[in-house]
Design a protein around this ligand. Structure first.
Ligand code: ADP
Length: 481
């Protein structure tokens, strides 16, 4: 099948979060499966600096409103990069700590149109264009309008929601940039309470909608989780599917990870203990004099990730003798709170504000418990990575966390982590207590580690499910003709 993945980030080229892991790993899996896959990305400054790209010689002319803007196309294997210095030669992808780039609407209108223009310039007629999050949300509507011609007559679009909390919701004054008919600016298509919403455009115009876990596919149909788009989704619920993300199990493998001090596998988990000792040393923690668990959080510092209840839980966690490591970047209002906790509990709490993949890997390997008290979690990759490294997640029962973690049952001595329901520091710390109890029984804990590590988090199943859905969308298209 000819597949084009359109995305604003993908590993190994550029990453700010899980979206990049997912698109990069799915693309790689398609190539392994022998599918004719290619990928389109903006050419950000960081990619240009780090990768040796080929100039394809293709020049696209994209209309932004009435202004033509030129884009060169570069490539790296089957990955195509849209170059436009005006929009993408910047230090960050979407904005600075002061806020989003003010011209984000223009930047991603430009990129979405460039995706369609790229297909024509390369003479690739994809069977499917797989769009990801709001940044590519306009592609489906372009295929149904401006690019609804013979060239794309066999192309279907799939829109994947990685996080419905981010929608690309812009002022109506930006609408003229799209070149779309004003007739579409109504609540049935892309108007969202007087504004113009990229994700809504993708949800109304795509052939199939997916999201990244079955549980989240159910949750986003409700006002609590739908961020205002639940009504739109309920209308299209027959075309909405939840497909669990995988992780790249070769990239995330403790038996083959160059960034961790000692490599280990299921058969030699002693190596994990050495990683813990090393991590304790690296973070200058004082956990000697007892066998205390080490709990860690790695992730975006945002309300979504439950950082509020994490911070409120630090005192009770530390008073149980547990060490806490926090690595994260994000909402700056959390920085002083986290740094103050580290100062207050010096030797027991270590924090690092920033994005550091190598350190994250040492944390996944060296910790006992992985903290994920998310308010909501479309899929979550960190808990899968943690389990693969034998680090037991303590997480809220929501979205992909509910779908990937089996709550530990002490009677049957089975499970792969610990789940709690209510969104509160007390529910979180109660759940942590269950984990600490299990930790105290070495045999139980070892079994938990082995069961967690034995989980299959590869892309095999999910990639096959996507291919199945693409086939379904193509069939629907043929039948409607
Ligand atoms: P998100 O909602 O942010 O996409 P996911 O759990 O889906 O969350 O994916 C997060 C990915 O980003 C994981 O690979 C995680 O290890 C990584 N990550 C998040 N924050 C950091 C950080 N501060 N340093 C290093 N890696 C991080």
């Amino acid at each position: 099948m000819k597949i084009l993945i359109a995305t604003s980030e993908a590993v190994p080229f550029v990453k700010t979060g899980g979206l990049a892991d997912v698109t990069g790993a799915l693309f790689k899996e398609y190539l392994n499966m022998g599918e004719e896959a290619c990928m389109a990305l903006p050419l950000y400054r960081t990619i240009r600096e780090r990768f040796d790209l080929k100039d394809t010689g293709i020049l696209l002319r994209i209309l932004l409103g009435s202004r033509p803007v030129e884009a060169k196309v570069f490539s790296h294997g089957d990955v195509f990069f849209i170059e436009c210095a005006e929009f993408f030669d910047r230090p960050e992808l979407y904005g600075t700590p002061e806020g989003d780039y003010p011209d984000n609407a223009a930047r991603f209108v430009f990129f979405s149109r460039a995706v369609a223009e790229l297909c024509m310039a390369l003479n690739i007629r994809p069977d499917v264009i797989h769009c990801n999050d709001w940044q590519t949300g306009l592609v489906p509507i372009y295929l149904k309008t401006i690019y609804n011609d013979e060239f794309f007559s066999r192309t279907v679009s799939v829109m994947t929601i990685h996080n419905i909390g981010y929608q690309g919701n812009f002022d109506v004054t930006d609408y003229h940039l799209t070149g779309l008919n004003w007739g579409l600016f109504n609540p049935d298509w892309l108007e969202f309470y007087g504004r113009f919403n990229f994700l809504k455009a993708g949800l109304t115009a795509s052939d199939i909608i997916t999201t990244v876990s079955p549980a989240y596919a159910g949750e986003i149909l409700t006002p609590e989780y739908g961020y205002g788009l639940d009504g739109v989704l309920r209308k299209r619920s027959g075309d909405l599917y939840g497909i669990l993300n995988g992780i790249d199990v070769n990239e995330w493998d403790p038996s083959n990870d160059r960034d961790i001090p000692v490599r280990y596998g299921m058969e030699a988990i002693d190596g994990k203990l050495k990683c813990k000792k090393e991590l304790i040393r690296e973070c200058s923690m004082e956990l000697e004099g007892g066998d205390y668990p080490l709990a860690a959080f790695v992730g975006r510092l945002s309300e979504q990730k439950g950082v509020d209840i994490l911070i409120d839980s630090i005192d009770p966690i530390v008073s149980s003798g547990v060490g806490v490591i926090i690595l994260g970047k994000g909402d700056e209002r959390y920085y002083p709170l986290i740094m103050d906790a580290a100062k207050k509990h010096k030797g027991r709490v270590f924090s690092s504000i920033g994005y550091d993949e190598a350190f994250a890997r040492r944390i996944y390997a060296g910790s006992d418990i992985f903290l994920m008290p998310s308010r909501y979690e479309p899929c979550g990759l960190s808990q899968m990575i943690a389990m693969r490294y034998g680090t037991i997640p303590v997480a809220r029962r929501t979205g992909g966390l509910a779908d990937t973690i089996i709550d530990y049952d002490p009677l049957r001595k089975s499970g792969t982590g610990f789940l709690f329901d209510g969104y509160s520091a007390s529910a979180f710390t109660e759940c942590l207590k269950r984990a600490f109890c299990a930790y105290a029984d070495k045999r139980q804990w070892k079994r938990l580690i082995k069961d967690a590590m034995a989980g299959d988090f590869s892309w095999n199943n999910s990639a096959a499910k996507y291919i199945g859905l693409y086939g379904k969308a193509l069939k629907m298209r043929l039948e409607s003709k």
